[in-house]
Every structure is written in C-alpha cells, then in structure tokens.
Design a protein around this ligand. Sequence first.
Ligand code: BMA
Length: 333
Amino acid sequence: MENKIKIEGQALPNMPWEDRPSGCKSVMWRFSGNPIIGRDALSTSNSIFNSAVVPFEDGYVGVFRCDDTNRRMRLHVGFSKDGIDWDIEEEDLNLVGGDDEIAEWVYGYDPRVVWIEDRYYVTWCNGYHGPTIGCAWTKDFKTFHQLENAFLPYNRNGVLFPRKINGNFAMLSRPSDNGHTAFGDIFYSESPDMEFWGRHRHIMSPAAFEDSAWQCMKVGAGPIPIETSEGWLMIYHGVLRSCNGYVYSFGSALLDKEKPWKMIARSGPYLIAPREIYELAGDVPNVTFPCAALHDPDTKRIAVYYGCADTVTSIAFGYIDEIIEFTKKNNIL
Ligand code: BMA
C-alpha cells in the first residue's frame, strides 16, 4: 500500500542522507555527524538552533536562529552545498519595507521558510508587544521584504503551507502567552494576500496524558507540511511537563488535503524525543524542536532539521511512506 503513496515537491536526489543504521528499529534515526551546527559557528553566537532550511540554486539556504552572547534572539542567513556544512553570515538578516509601526526589530526566533508560487516566504516568532508571527518575503536571501504580522500577540510557531488552499495562503499557528506558555493548541488560518488573516479553524489540542504523555501539555507545528496522496504530513512538537521541567519531542499527524483543520490520523508514539547528550544537555535541557525538513518525492526520503537543547542544530532521517504508515498504525484519534 505504501508504495502507492504519492508525494509532492521538488526532486532532491542529492539531499542529506544516511541509511538507517543496522539494528535500528525506530521510524526515524539520527545523523551520525550530529550536531551539524555547533553553538560557536559565529564569532558572536551563544547558540544556533530551531532553524529553517530550503533548496536554493545548486544547494541549500537557511534562516537560522542565532542567539548572540548578549542572549539577543536574531535571524541569520546561511548557505550550504550539501545541507550539512553551513556557512552562516556574521551579519544578521535585515528587513526592509515594513510599516514603521512594526518595523523596529525587537527579537525574532524559530524561523520557517517556504517557496510559494514565485518567492520564498519567511515566518518567525516576532517581538511586537510580546511574541507574534512575523512575515517577510525574499527572492535572493539578501533583501527581505517585511509584511504585516499575521496575528495579534501572543502567538508562536507560524508555519505556512507550500501552496494556496481554497485559493488562499494557509498558515498553522499556536496562540500562546507572553512567557513559557503551559498550554497550546494548533490552529489553521487563511489569507487572500498574506496580510489579512481569517477563517481560523482549530486543528489539534494536546493529547490526553493517558494516551500520549509526550504531547500532553502543548503542541506546535514544526516543518512546512508535506503534501501526499494520504493527506498533509504535519510534523509537530509536543511538550510534557516533568518534575524537572518541560520536555520537547516531536511526532506526526495527517491532515485533510483541502480541509487541513480536519485530522486524519495522529500518532501516539513520538518520532524523536531527547535521548542523545546534545539533546539532553545545553541551555535548555531535554529539547528536540523541528523547524524544517528536506524531502525527495521519488526516494521518499526526509531529513528533519531540529534544534537540540536550545543550543545546537541536528538532522534526523526517515522515509515519508514509513512515517505515514506509523502515523496511521498508531493513530490515537
Ligand atoms: C519554546 C520556544 C522554543 C524553545 C522552547 C524550549 O517556547 O521558545 O524556541 O526551543 O521553548 O525552550
């Protein structure tokens, strides 16, 4: 059955990849060279994590969350030939053209990047009287044209779909608070023009503790959803509150193609949870936080980029058909 799954997207035969290690029984596995980006990649960086990557020209480009040694949250552009070795610019990303009222940079973090029709769009958690969803577009990753913030504060994890749905731009987001939000559901919104957002629909609440504890406190969208014949594959993070603090893992769900606020399946077990030392130890221990994925429709390979312990960046691999099968087999809906 899985062999018949059709996956949309640009062919990426040379995407980063490493075969499943022998003896590994899990659906996703980690790159042996993790972490791929260390905290000191820039002269002024405290940490580089929760970042976005897309194909660009004959390689890849990324928008990286770089917290500096003042612990200011900034976005930096980086380029790579192979998606693994990155050259990140020392200067932070510069926005142009934003309305004066919102153009002043306060902070920005957890970026996502997607190509829609004729340009790349960047969304991020943008400081404007608290966190909300900032938006910009670019064609060359040199000039970023700022658009209006998508929502009122407080909101995080704004993730665009890679095509219009029902003729509109479509975005996932997670209304939140101004702190470390101990709640959070994923919502869906549409916009005709990337400025005015409406038709808000609820997708997903945290799971019941008894069913799937890793996602029982809050959930938030991760990489750009991937369109398949089985529905949109949404990889998202979930949070467990332990006696020792929050634990961030990630898992998968399938959403209806034309009504993405309708879930088809949601997996109980996680795909990746903090386990390796670089995920367990860092500025915020026990965090695996995905913000991007590369995939190749023909081979069904996926490489998920995720932040580790709010300090460094890593990759995990898998096959999209296997993740879909896993999601359906372990459905908790
Ligand atoms: C969330 C966001 C993420 C971060 C996570 C764990 O609220 O701020 O950027 O990775 O907390 O600290």
